[in-house]
Design a protein around this ligand. Structure first.
Ligand code: ASP
Length: 327
């Protein structure tokens, strides 16, 4: 149990049973640090402070949550040092960098791209799919053709570092996801702006050295990310196959709709994984972040080691998530 929770349990909230909705809501309302329950707010998976900062630049000026999450997602997409998103992402087992991304706005509209190659900002292509086509999801060559027609440039996204890592991987060609290392670093970023507009985005190069054609949870609306303007939004990172099979982000938003605090809703969804897939859950990482329309936030993961970044009330902070399995 973390110290803040222990403190609250033994002091402020003595009368409220731990684990109940009231308990979690009371945490949000009574806790001065970390700031919680204020608008605007943006939260991202992992330590993604530059991304939340880019989003905050939009939100702080009274901008739209949709613009904020897109701006945030574009940061790791363009960062060659980030080996699981966009440029610099590790390739599939045949050496191709293939990208997945999705976005949702405050009207419940959605756009996504999957198995897209050669485009630096898949999140912006996803936004164009949402805004300029009658569709939600474009994949592969079709997505690339659409991107080029929209004026995006065709680029080589395989960096020298990623190519070397792939050459090394080929020596054994073992496909083994490793918990909390750079092979799982998708950015899911969700925000509520000061007009209570809720939006979310998610972007990734997927699992390193995956089979050609493999698409994970990240571009699938409801799996890698889901946003509902009446409730809030959630996003996932980690082993996409587990998230896909449980439509984790959708489930999380539905838990919030039923009244749960984002922290507790994220925990519920992770517990579902642990219960349904005990062996896989023990061996893999999945983490969720969530915010509700009031600006309350939370994160929870299967394994220790997951963290998330929140920008709220002018403060950009990284939090260690509580986890189902303990160290
Ligand atoms: N969820 C991503 C996928 O399965 C991986 C990750 O989070 O890094 O494609």
């Amino acid at each position: 149990m973390n110290s803040r929770r222990a403190f609250l349990e033994h002091t402020l909230l003595g009368a409220i049973t731990v684990g109940t909705l009231d308990f979690w809501n009371a945490i949000a309302e009574h806790t001065a640090a970390p700031p919680n329950g204020r608008l605007p707010v943006v939260i991202a998976t992992w330590d993604n402070q530059k991304a939340t900062d880019a989003a905050w630049q939009v939100l702080a000026k009274g901008g739209r949550a949709l613009d904020a999450v897109e701006a945030g997602a574009r940061i790791p997409e363009a960062d060659p040092m980030d080996t699981s998103v966009g440029y610099g992402g590790f390739p599939d087992r045949d050496g191709n960098v293939t990208l997945d991304a999705c976005i949702m706005d405050e009207f419940g509209k959605a756009g996504s791209v999957a198995f897209l190659q050669h485009i630096l900002h898949p999140i912006s292509v996803a936004r164009r799919v949402m805004e300029k086509t009658p569709h939600v999801l474009l994949v592969g060559d079709g997505a690339l053709e659409f991107a080029l027609a929209e004026g995006f440039k065709k680029e080589n996204l395989l960096t020298e570092t990623a190519r070397k890592a792939w050459e090394e991987w080929k020596i054994k060609s073992e496909y083994k996801p490793v918990i909390n290392i750079e092979r799982h670093d998708t950015i899911g970023i969700v925000a509520v702006d000061d007009q209570q507009r809720v939006s979310g985005a998610c972007t990734t190069s997927g699992m390193a050295f995956k089979m050609r054609g493999r698409v994970g949870d990240s571009p699938i609306i409801g799996a890698g990310m889901f946003s509902d303007n009446e409730v809030g939004a959630a996003a996932a990172t980690g082993l996409g196959e587990m998230v896909l099979r449980t439509l984790g982000s959708f489930l999380l938003v539905e838990e919030m709709r039923r009244g749960k605090h984002p922290m507790k809703a994220a925990e519920t969804v992770v517990r579902r994984l642990a219960q349904k897939y005990p062996k896989e859950a023990r061996e893999n990482q999945v983490g969720y972040v969530a915010i509700d329309k009031k600006g309350r936030f939370g994160g929870f993961s299967l394994q220790p080691g997951f963290n998330y970044t929140v920008y709220q009330q002018g403060v950009n902070r990284v939090f260690e998530a509580d986890s189902f399995f303990k160290k």
